[in-house]
Design a binder for this molecule. Structure first.
Ligand SMILES: [Zn+2]
Length: 233
């Protein structure tokens, strides 16, 4: 079987908001047979994660015939959301989380899953700001979006706000509990050095960490007493 019939396209994306949430933008490069096309858009009020998602959706929606698309993004949220199967699971559960709240950014994840079905798409994570030519260029384009005078309204941001409140109240106690900002599983990490203030009589053996937004969550469970200081004798 020849699978060379369909075009092979590379899609590079980057998106961000300043501050987060704040004004946003994304940059996209489509590369086909050595030819590159660049795009950017700016948004009035949105988030980092929404811009990263929108960048990929925008790129894929520009491809008019079925193609083999390799996506390069520096967003763990986007890449793992697809490659680890989270988005498919969320869809299977009708995008509903505990207490009837919706999965964050349901509108965009739904659009992304729909457009992926039309092509053969694989996602690759790139380390951001690491000198990768197209990624750096997408970052520049995204900033053009952020700074552009003609910004678009992100219609889905209000729904995001409705749901995000619930996430702020979520407890994060064990590995795999979901990051309050990104909705993706946290991982357990141990500090390289114990960070202890002179007046503090405890330390944290480990903490939970979001691989996407790098937020650290300190957990009660990991709190350990420091050995008593006998210096007064
Ligand atoms: Zn996060």
């Amino acid at each position: 079987m020849k699978s060379t019939e369909i075009p092979e396209i590379e899609l590079f994306t980057d998106g961000g908001a300043e501050p987060n949430p704040g004004k946003g933008g994304f940059g996209v490069i489509l590369s086909y047979k050595g030819r590159k096309k660049e795009f950017f858009e700016g948004y009035e009020l949105t988030t980092n994660n929404r811009m990263e998602l929108m960048a990929v959706i925008f790129g894929l929606e520009r491809i008019k015939t079925k193609a083999k698309v390799t996506v390069f993004s520096d967003s763990k949220y986007v890449v793992d959301g697809i490659e680890e199967g989270w988005a498919v699971n969320w869809e299977r559960n009708n995008w509903i989380r505990k207490k009837g709240n919706l999965v964050l950014n349901k509108d965009l994840w739904e659009r992304l899953l729909n457009i992926i079905d039309k092509h053969e798409v694989t996602f690759n994570w790139l380390k951001g700001h690491a000198g990768h030519e197209e990624n750096e260029r997408c970052d520049v384009l995204a900033n053009q979006g952020i700074n552009s005078e003609h910004k678009i309204k992100d219609e889905g941001y209000l729904e995001y706000l409705d749901n995000v409140e619930y996430y702020q109240e979520q407890k994060i106690e064990k590995e795999g509990d979901l990051c309050r900002k990104c909705d993706i599983p946290t991982v357990r990490k141990s500090p390289k050095k114990r960070k202890v203030k002179p007046t503090q009589n405890y330390y944290y053996e480990y903490y939970l960490f979001c691989p996407n937004c790098k937020t650290m969550y300190m957990v009660e469970e990991a709190k350990r007493d420091l050995p008593q200081n006998n210096s007064m004798f």
